[in-house]
Design a protein around this ligand. Structure first.
Ligand SMILES: NC(=O)C1=CN([C@@H]2O[C@H](COP(=O)(O)OP(=O)(O)OC[C@H]3O[C@@H](n4cnc5c(N)ncnc54)[C@H](OP(=O)(O)O)[C@@H]3O)[C@@H](O)[C@H]2O)C=CC1
Ligand SMILES: CC(C)=CCC[C@@H](C)[C@H]1CC=C2C3=C(CC[C@@]21C)[C@@]1(C)CC[C@H](O)C(C)(C)[C@@H]1CC3
Length: 579
């Protein structure tokens, strides 16, 4: 394991470019071996005067609001406590309904009635509701529910184990925003992250494709051995305790059998059969995790933002400015603690959840839909292959660029509350995989020219998305590098530069435009018979517009008048010359 300075040529861009290189890590701290993690170390630095003004420019991001005391005035987002409450209640329902409607291929309003049953008795769902979740479950929903709970738990635990044991790079994130509120003597501090998501992605795929364990009964007859088909009963090839062994018979007499553990392809189609029920239990876990994190945000640690409860004086943890209103519902939704951590401060809940279980889970669900379609039809359609390739590439890209996430709004600014926990763990895998779910039963069998056109749309979207994000990454890393040295920029009073040509000269959020175009191409693979697969394009447009407004506000706070100047140079937000 190596510790990377994000300023070096391999790192993406967690460190603003104008900072001096960090001091070398103290001996023994940098390696962070297995388990010891190193992810919780902080690197104290002298405060940078160039950025200090930006951290105290608004009431909602002031240093005071990073302490647990309730701020006197608070700027609510998302419609305040009522909006937060309604969003919390409605999003799980929308998730379950969307899965149901993708399975049916259209919106069926009567399904809303069944969801009312859940609201009537959320802690003990009725059997009618459980049937709604899993109409074709083999063993009845009351057996399948704990089974799904175990599968989701195992998936999460498996991803945690990979994060812990795989080799990683240790990369520092952006400076913590607590220099005045909680920092030690005005020092600038950063958290260290274990970056090994890309490896975890490939290990997971390998396991599912060739490394899935299952028992094969080998028949031993007259000294000869012959492998039979697996005989693990209705649990099928699942190596779980509920699998049943069935004695083999051959030629009228019972033969001796010996169980052998083999490796093969995971029975992914099982995920299709239990899609809604898996979503249901994931939502339940997301609620539990949000509750734990909310409670944890009141516990004292050493107040240095790494959540390790470590060596310093016992103080409240570093809180997110936007999740510290004093209203419990709102704060639960937004997330109080900025960087909740466990395992001695080495395990970062937010970074982990944002990229691992949900995002990789999305790719795996897509593969499950492909497997199911192959089982059903005996072949796989062009749309199904393309949706797997496009979305798989999107997930891969996110994990390959893992350290780029360290400077996103989610990591640097937002707390880790219900919104992100639910979004990361349940919303992303189960609603982003709806196109593949839809295609299993409602594939429009698009013509080759139609598929080629959609490939072109996806490639165009990807080139814009990757081009713009890559250009900004390269520029933030080293503005003199050959890739970006020809670009013009605006030097701000804060010290950082803003690109005014290349992709970023076309529109201020051109990366969002590319991302949305890609998303549209995924929906188009489902044809035009139903609006259900287009849910993603509609939702994503709303999310990106809202996010661009939030980022615009944050940049106005960071850059002041310079941001207005930048906006006059690059007047368009999404589409050059239009919006
Ligand atoms: N699939 C999904 O569900 C989602 C995908 N995304 C994707 O994630 C990606 C990252 O999104 P996000 O983090 O929101 O936003 P951006 O990548 O656009 O980052 C915004 C930040 O970039 C910097 N910046 C803005 N303009 C310039 C410029 N002209 N030159 C240099 N730096 C500039 C500013 O920070 P500073 O100056 O401090 O560096 C600003 O705060 C996007 O491509 C988005 O589409 C996002 C949300 C959900
Ligand atoms: C409706 C609801 C619950 C919204 C919560 C929002 C989250 C779903 C999204 C907020 C930011 C996200 C990002 C990604 C996924 C969706 C969420 C979690 C992301 C990981 C997707 C892949 C990209 O390449 C990305 C890494 C840039 C991106 C980061 C932001």
């Amino acid at each position: 394991m190596v510790r990377l300075n994000p300023n070096d040529r391999f790192a993406k861009h967690p460190t603003p470019i104008e900072r001096p290189p960090p001091p070398p890590p103290p001996p023994g701290v940098a390696t962070g071996g297995k388990g010891s993690g190193g992810g919780g170390e902080r690197t104290p630095r002298p405060a940078s005067t160039s950025s200090s003004s930006s951290l105290s420019s608004s009431s909602s991001s002031s240093s005071e609001s990073l302490t647990p005391s309730t701020p006197s005035s608070f700027e609510y987002e998302f419609g305040g406590p009522l909006g937060a409450f309604l969003t919390m209640v409605s999003l799980p329902i929308v998730t379950l309904l969307l899965i149901r409607w993708a399975a049916r291929g259209r919106i069926v309003w009567e399904d809303v009635d069944v969801v009312r049953l859940l609201l009537a008795s959320p802690s003990c769902p009725s059997s009618r509701f459980l049937h709604f979740l899993c109409p074709s479950c083999d063993d009845g929903p009351l057996v399948e529910l704990p089974r799904c709970a175990l599968v989701v738990f195992s998936w999460f635990a498996f991803q945690v184990i990979l994060e812990r044991v795989l080799p990683c790079e240790l990369v520092e994130g952006a400076p913590l925003p607590d220099r005045h509120g909680g920092g030690r003597g005005g020092e600038e501090r950063r958290l260290t992250y274990r970056i090994n998501g890309h490896l975890a992605f490939w290990v997971t795929l390998m396991l599912l494709d060739v490394g899935w364990p299952r028992w094969i009964d080998v028949v031993v007859e007259g000294g000869a051995k012959a492998a039979t088909t697996t005989t693990t009963g209705r649990g099928g090839p699942w190596p779980w305790p509920w699998s049943r062994r069935v004695p083999l018979t051959g030629g009228g007499r019972t033969t001796a059998t010996r169980s052998v553990l083999t490796l093969g392809r995971a029975p992914l189609a099982w995920l299709y059969d239990h899609h809604a029920m898996l979503a249901f239990v994931t939502i339940a876990y997301a609620i539990c995790l949000s509750t734990y994190l909310y409670a944890k945000s009141f516990a004292l640690d050493d107040g240095d933002g790494d959540g390790d409860g470590g060596e310093g004086a016992r103080r409240p943890p570093l809180l997110a400015a936007g999740g510290n209103s004093g209203n419990r519902v709102y704060d639960f939704f937004m997330g109080r603690e900025l960087n909740p951590r466990s395992l001695g401060g080495t395990f970062d809940w937010k970074e982990f959840c944002e990229l691992r279980p949900g995002l990789i889970g999305w790719a795996v669900l897509n593969m499950a839909m492909l497997a199911k379609q192959r089982d059903r039809l005996g072949y796989v359609t062009g749309s199904m292959v393309l949706v797997n390739v496009f979305q798989g590439a999107y997930v891969w890209d996110a994990l390959y660029q893992e350290r780029a996430i360290l400077t996103t709004m989610d990591i640097t600014t937002d707390g880790f509350g219900y919104m992100l926990v639910f979004g990361d763990l349940a919303w992303v895998p189960f609603t982003y995989s709806l196109q593949a779910r839809y295609l299993v039963d409602h594939d429009p069998l698009l013509s080759l020219p139609a598929l080629a056109g959609i490939v072109a749309v996806n490639v165009a979207g990807y080139l814009i998305f990757r081009g713009a994000n890559g250009q900004k990454d390269a520029f933030r890393r080293d503005p003199n590098s050959v890739e970006v040295s020809h670009l013009t920029y605006l030097r701000t009073k804060r010290g950082t530069k803003l690109l005014t040509s290349g992709w970023w000269g076309l529109a201020r959020k051109i990366n969002y435009t590319g991302d949305w175009i890609m998303g549209l191409s995924w929906c188009m693979l489902c044809g035009f018979d139903s609006v259900v697969p287009y849910f993603y394009a509609i939702y994503f447009a709303i999310l990106l517009v809202h996010r661009s407004v939030r980022d615009d506000r944050l940049c106005r706070e960071k850059y002041g008048d310079d941001w207005d100047r930048y906006k006059s140079i690059v007047p368009y937000r999404f589409i050059p010359g239009i919006i």
